[in-house]
Ligand binder design. Structure first.
Ligand code: ME8
Length: 652
């Protein structure tokens, strides 16, 4: 640790599955972790902020197969490729100190050693696994753990799984883990403790299956070929291998382990608060000081997905609203420990109210007035008015302590609310002191200068405390205040700016957004891309009119329609063609229609083709249809015409 540092601080995000595009929900946890890491650095801690990607498992193996690439190529593209995970964190200004990929060689070798150690100490043993497996969650379940027969975590279908496997003696640690959860502050918010104890520990912790043989994309168990280490063991130990545990790549274990806090989403609390400490206990390693299970960002009360009308792509949102506004919104609008309902409307409203109106206005009005009334610098001669100033000054001077209290509890929303109370108070202070009236009299200029100074000083402290949330904005505000000091020790003192501060004007920090227009633009962006339709080339050869007229096109009504036995292509139609005798046509369209949906429809048939036999049945004519290719997939639509057209009507 450095001489001047207050101490070491180790904070982590979950490592993300590079299986799909990350959405704003994923960015939520990383932005929160970044804000906390920056806050601790601001306070003077020596911070290690770890994030990364969780790259093994059957899900990734399957996705790579679907994409026709190797699993390594697949994850490389999502992690390192354009618009990938690393790009996103760069865009969002995530100040991580270390990025781990579970496919990194040093991590893989370390996991093998860790697995062997637990095998050697008897906590991992070989047995046979029979039960249920949720592929998307990479989780094993027993029948009794399922909810309505589905995965209790994500609610999706589970599959049967039976294979020879290694098991971890999780049951052995049940009492110690329960004690840890119930009698310490290990897991927060505390509301998550009873869920873990009542749903998982009290019903009886079963030993955990920790190896698989049905796929290969994982860390191989080196002493038993064919087995790969269960992805969650591989994943959880990232927090330690990234510091150098069981490897020579890094050497920070002594300084940074145990972690100060693991920030994780609520659905993975079970892994972090039961399995993780049990494995550490097995290896006699210190436990992390805290696991914090934050809530989810929901869309319309449900899981986040692209399909629900709101734009959730952090790239698009950052581009339209700015990275700082997005970061701010995430932590200002939702209590970190609970779920919150995300919407584009709420995002725009938060930007307009807090950033454009309150903060942006305060900065631009104050700087503009300083320029207008005094030019380059404020005059040194300034007149206090304790009655008018005391409340604002006291609020600013005590803000840092209040903020610190909230930040230490990870109550980002409250910390920001405290800052914005002061910003609102400052805007009110402008109205109370009416600088434009003071400016009219030479005598009142010293008072005017003090009012502006107090406002600038308020802006300095607020911007300083906003640094962890909006680093670029805070830097810009510091510039506008003539390069103001914003270090931690200056943020609980009122009067740090030099009295003759020289402000720098600039454009609006957060221009107001037109809600209606913006929502319409976002809706447009969310529309699926127009399908790429391929049309058959047009025939070049002409047909003379008389020849064309020889084609006898007729309206026909479907009386019966059925599949043809032993054929997955053919449908057999019984048609009313207006003659009083049924016409039979066979058509190779079974892939596109269910027979019952065609009964009663009025179709177009060409009736004077010579009859032909198909699968031993006679077909007298052909039904007309439209054939085209959409996004590479062949489509077919039967030509259906107005039911008012009688059977047998000639079409020409
Ligand atoms: O769980 N709101 O990875 P992951 C808030 N690889 N948070 C959300 C969210 C939402 N709508 N959607 C996802 C994994 N998250 C494992 C972690 S750690 C040893 C291994 C959060 O990519 C989610 O809660 O599925 C989790 O904390 C994180 O994104 C990564 O999810």
């Amino acid at each position: 640790m450095c001489e001047k540092c207050k101490g070491n601080y180790y904070i982590t995000t979950p490592i993300y599955y590079p299986s799909a595009k990350l959405h704003i929900g994923h960015a939520y946890c990383t932005v929160a972790t970044d804000a906390m890491a920056r806050y601790k650095r601001l306070q003077g801690y020596n911070v290690k902020f770890l994030t990364g990607t969780d790259e093994h498992g059957q899900k990734i193996e399957d996705k790579a197969k679907e994409a026709g690439v190797t699993p390594q190529q697949y994850v490389d593209d999502i992690v390192l490729g354009e618009g990938g995970v690393l790009d996103l964190w760069k865009l969002m200004n995530i100040s991580y100190d270390r990025f781990i990929r579970t496919t990194d060689d040093y991590h893989v070798a370390a996991i093998q050693k860790i697995f062997k150690k637990m095998y050697d100490n008897g906590d991992i043993y070989k047995g046979a696994y029979k039960g249920k497996y949720c592929k998307p969650c990479e989780s094993f379940w027993t029948e009794s753990q399922l909810k309505d027969g589905k995965c209790p975590d994500c609610g999706r279908e589970v599959m049967d799984a039976e294979e020879e496997a290694y098991f971890f003696r999780l049951s052995k640690y049940a009492d110690r883990v329960q004690d840890l959860l119930e009698n310490t502050d290990f897991l927060e918010p505390r509301s998550r403790v009873s869920e873990m104890v009542n749903n998982f520990i009290k019903p009886g912790l079963e030993d955990l299956c920790v190896s698989r043989t049905s796929f290969t994309w994982g860390v191989p168990v080196d002493f038993d070929p064919g087995h790969v280490v269960y992805v969650w063991i591989d994943a959880l130990f990232n927090y330690m291998t990234a510091l150098g545990f069981e490897n020579d790549k890094y050497n920070d274990l002594e300084e940074f382990w145990p972690a100060d806090v693991h920030f994780i989403g609520k659905e993975i609390v079970r892994f972090h608060s039961i399995i993780w400490p049990a494995m550490l206990m097995s290896l006699d390693l210190p436990l992390p000081k805290k696991v914090y299970g934050h809530g989810w960002l929901l869309l319309d009360g449900g899981k986040m997905s692209k399909s629900k009308g709101n734009v959730v792509d952090p790239y698009i949102l950052s581009e339209r609203f700015g990275v700082d506004a997005l970061r701010f919104f995430l932590l200002r609008s939702f209590p970190f420990g609970s779920d919150g309902n995300f919407s584009n409307e709420l995002l725009i409203n938060t930007i307009n109210v807090d950033l454009a109106n309150d903060l942006g206005n305060l900065v631009s009005r104050t700087v503009a007035m300083a320029h207008k009334y005094f030019g380059e610098k404020l005059p040194a001669e300034q007149a206090e008015n304790p009655e008018m100033d005391a409340e604002l000054v006291a609020m600013v001077a005590s803000l840092r302590d209040k903020y610190e209290e909230q930040m230490e509890k990870f109550a980002f929303q409250n910390a920001l609310a405290d800052i914005f109370k002061v910003i609102s108070r400052a805007n009110k202070y402008i109205d109370e002191n009416t600088p434009w009236v003071l400016a009219k009299s030479e005598e009142l200029k010293p008072r005017l200068a003090k009012v502006l100074y107090n406002l600038l000083e308020t802006v300095r402290v607020c911007a300083g405390l906003l640094t962890p949330f909006m680093p670029a904005t805070a830097e810009e505000i510091a510039k506008r205040l003539g390069g103001a000091k914003m270090d931690w020790d200056s943020l609980n003192i009122f009067g740090v700016l030099p009295v003759d501060v020289a402000c720098v004007a600039g454009p609006a920090l957060f221009p107001r957004i037109d809600m209606e227009k913006e929502l319409a633009a976002l809706e447009e962006l969310n529309k699926p891309a127009k399908p790429a339709i391929e049309i058959e080339p047009y025939a070049e050869e002409h047909v003379d009119f008389d020849t064309f007229c020889k084609n006898d096109f007729r309206a026909v009504k479907v009386k019966e329609c059925k599949n043809v036995k032993k054929s997955d292509k053919l449908l057999q139609f019984t048609l009313d063609d207006g003659t009083g005798t049924d016409r039979q046509i066979l058509s190779g369209i079974a892939k596109y229609y269910k027979p019952e949906e065609l009964v009663g429809k009025t179709l177009v048939a060409i009736t004077n083709l010579p009859p032909r036999k198909m699968m031993g049945r006679e077909s007298c004519g052909m039904l007309l249809s439209a054939v085209h290719t959409v996004n590479g997939e062949e489509k077919l639509n039967l030509i259906m015409i107005d039911d008012a057209i009688p059977a047998g009507a000639k079409l020409c």
